[in-house]
Design a binder for this molecule. Structure first.
Ligand code: NCD
Length: 370
């Protein structure tokens, strides 16, 4: 029997969460600055552009020993908690290393069975306990909405609130993945007029894949983008995303196979089937039509890129990795740097990085050469 996972009732929460998102978001900002990072809808274009500039600066500063030392000293007095109670490799490691780049000391819980939740402590009380010891909480949790609930709780109930970053909330959102995805698109299309006007195919389990959901929300910031969704009939993109895109004037098409889209897309974003969400342990076997093989590369535009949030299973044949259009390993590396930049923004060291950090950029290396 799963012993943890009894959730508590908090006065005010039910009323709060029923309000439209736009009315809830101000709780997660402080003095005009993002504080809790929970949803992709929190990011607007000026924020995205300035975060990319900061990310490029941080990765260049970190390249030289003196610069890396200087960055490490920025938050040497801070501590972060990584509460990852759902499996994770790269998101966990990239956050851990992003924290270390900025000098944060870190602690972690990856299995609630090693915490007092096994004694019956509620997950909410666990989070409140973390806030007694640390200055930042990064959370991956299987339950949709739990990150928002605990961020709200810390803001409303706690005498020592700390910022909380959602590193994946059930099948709902993964906002920092969306940031690194857009950063990867931006870098890839730097010399081709940016993301604006590009055709982006999103392929796979679109119903339960939180990365595609979060990325779709960000597309409203890039005029002229067209989305092509390709998924098995049972795993089509959610109605809520379609409604959002229609309201924002982002054109999209829905397809049930990848093949016809190969020659149309400027970026092909592959995803895996999310069968860990299957309650009955069965997974759909109709994934054949949603794989990218070496032989498909010839049908793609010569300068199109292939992305994947990873982990992959069979969706991208390993032989594709050697094609210069395969961007997923770079995409993975980008994650650590953008997360370092995001944490710097939350803790207000971004201005210092832009001004004082400038002296570590004197080698004249271009921002995009890394
Ligand atoms: C994704 C996730 O956890 O949602 N992985 C990641 O964070 N890079 C995608 C997935 O698990 O399929």
């Amino acid at each position: 029997m799963q012993k943890y996972s009894f959730y508590q009732h908090f006065e005010g929460w039910e009323e709060f969460v029923k309000r439209p998102l736009g009315e809830r978001l101000p709780v997660f900002f402080r003095e005009g600055r993002i504080y809790d990072v929970l949803f992709s809808q929190q990011f607007d274009r000026p924020f995205l552009d300035s975060l990319y500039d900061l990310t490029n600066r941080i990765r260049r500063i970190a390249k030289a020993r003196e610069g890396a030392r200087w960055l490490h000293d920025l938050h040497g007095h801070r501590r972060a908690m990584l509460y990852f109670v759902q499996p994770s490799t790269r998101t966990f490691l990239s956050f851990l290393n992003a924290c270390h780049i900025l000098g944060f000391h870190t602690s972690e819980i990856r299995d609630p069975h090693t915490s007092s939740e096994i004694k019956g402590e509620s997950p909410e009380d666990s989070i409140r306990t973390f806030s007694s010891y640390v200055d930042l909480i990064v959370m991956r949790h299987p339950q949709e909405g739990f990150a928002e609930k605990t961020a709200w709780l810390l803001n409303v109930y706690s005498d020592r609130p700390v910022p909380l970053i959602n590193a994946g909330s059930g099948s709902d959102q993964h906002p920092t993945q969306a940031l690194l995805d857009v950063y990867t698109l931006q870098r890839s299309f730097e010399d081709r007029g940016g993301i604006e006007g590009k055709v982006i195919a999103l392929v796979g389990d679109l119903k339960r894949g939180r990365t595609v959901r979060s990325l779709s929300y960000l597309m409203k910031n890039y005029p002229g983008v067209k989305l092509l969704f390709a998924a098995p009939p049972a795993f089509q993109i959610g109605e809520d995303i379609k409604e959002f895109l229609s309201n924002q004037g982002v054109p999209f098409e829905e397809h049930t196979s990848l093949e016809p889209l190969l020659g149309r897309a400027d970026a092909i974003y592959m995803t895996r089937i999310q069968d860990e969400h299957d309650k009955d342990g069965k997974s759909e076997s109709q994934y054949e039509d949603f794989c990218l093989r070496k032989r498909d590369l010839a049908k793609m535009k010569p300068d199109a890129i292939v992305m994947h949030p990873l982990p992959r299973r069979g969706e991208i044949e390993v032989a594709v990795d050697r094609d210069p259009r395969a961007m997923y390993w770079r995409q993975e590396r980008n994650g650590m740097w953008i997360r370092a930049a995001l944490i710097s923004v939350i803790f207000g060291s971004d201005e210092e990085v832009r001004t004082e950090g400038e002296r570590y950029l004197s080698d004249g290396s271009p921002a995009y050469s890394l």
